[in-house]
Design a binder for this molecule. Sequence first.
Ligand SMILES: Nc1nc2c(ncn2[C@@H]2O[C@H](COP(=O)(O)OP(=O)(O)OP(=O)(O)O)[C@@H](O)[C@H]2O)c(=O)[nH]1
Ligand SMILES: [Mg+2]
Length: 359
Amino acid sequence: MKTGIIGLPQVGKSSLFRILTKAHVAASANPRDAHIGVAKVPDDRLDRLAAQYNPKKLTHASVEYVDLGAIGQEALKESAYLGHLRQVDAIIHVVRAFEDDSIPHVGTIDPLRDIKNVEFDLMVSDLGQIEKRMERVEKDLKKMRSADIEKEFELLKRAKAHLETERPLRELEMTPEDKKRFRGFMFLSEKPILYVLNISESTELGKDLENAVQKFKLGEVASKPNSGATAICGKVEAELSEMSDADAAEFLSSYGLTESGLTRLIRKSYELLGLISFFTIGEDECRAWTIPVNTRAAQAAGAIHSDIEKHFIRAETIRWDQLLEAGSEAAARAKGILRLEGKEYIVQDGDVLHIRHSG
Ligand SMILES: Nc1nc2c(ncn2[C@@H]2O[C@H](COP(=O)(O)OP(=O)(O)OP(=O)(O)O)[C@@H](O)[C@H]2O)c(=O)[nH]1
Ligand SMILES: [Mg+2]
C-alpha cells in the first residue's frame, strides 16, 4: 500500500515525509524525483502484547510513503510526476496553515482555497484522460459494436459529466463492475485523500490540533466519501523525531498532547485505505499484519504466507485485550475465551490469531 504526499510548493511535504519515514533525503536531491520511504505504523496494542511476551523480534505494520514534490498544472503534465502519482493507492495532501513570513506561499493562508485549487488540477488531468479515451472508444464503436465497449463509453460519459460539475471521481457512485472498468486508468481524483493541515506551533498545541479542521473549515470536504482531514505541526514533529521515547513523552505532555500528531496521521491514512491489523504472537516474534476490512480468516492467513492460506484448518482467535488480561494463550484456553474460527470468519481489528494449518 502506497500513499503519495502532494501539495503546493513549500508547504512542508518533504519535512513530513522525512519525519514519517525517518529518511535522510539529501537537500541537493533533484526535487522532481519522487522519494519513497517506509513508515512503521505505531500500535500501542502490539507494544503491550510484546511487553508480555518479550519476543526476540517485534514487527509493526508499515505503510509506504512517496514524496512527490510540488503539485500544479505544470507538474501534472510531466509524465514522470504523473506516473508516480498514478501508482499510489491514496493521497496525503499537505496544506499550509502555519504562519511564517519567511516562507513564501501563493497568496494568503487559506487552506480551503488551496485544497479546491489542487483538487481542480487533479480533475482537469482526469478529464483530459477521459476525453482522449472517449475519442478512441467512439472510433472503435464505429468499426464494431460490442456490449462491453458500449458500457465503457456510457461510464466515461457519466464520469465526464460528473467532473464537469467540479466534483472529483471519488464522489462518483460506481458499481464494483464500474470500478473494475476504471481500475486501469488510475484516475487521480478517484484516489482516497487525507488533507493534512500543517499548523503553527503554539503553547496550546493540543487544543489547536484538535480544533484545526473546524477552524480552517475543512469539515465539509473531509466528510465527503473516501476523504478525511487531520492536523499536524511539522515544526514540533521534527523536534520530536529527534528525541528518545521518554523525552518525547515529556515534551508532548508539555504541549498538552497525549500522542504525536504523526501517530494520528499514520492511523488516519490506514483507516482511509480501509485497512486493519491482526497480530501473531510468540516468543520468536510478535507481529502486526495488514489486511483490508472484511477479510476472511483464510485470506488473512495468506497475508502471512500463501501456503498457510492453502492449508488453512482453523484459527485460534482472541481479542488482544482479552489475551493481555488472561496472561497467556494457555490461560485463555483454560478460561474458554480462545475461540476456534473457520475459514469464513471475518477477522476483526486487534484479533490475535494462531493459525492451524496442514502445510
Ligand atoms: N514555520 C514553519 N515552517 C515549516 C513548517 N514545515 C516546513 N517548514 C519550512 O518550510 C520550508 C519548506 O519545507 P519543505 O518540507 O521542504 O516543503 P515542501 O513542501 O517539500 O517544499 P517543495 O518540495 O519545495 O515544494 C522549509 O524551510 C521548512 O523548514 C512548519 O510547520 N512551520
Ligand atoms: Mg519537497
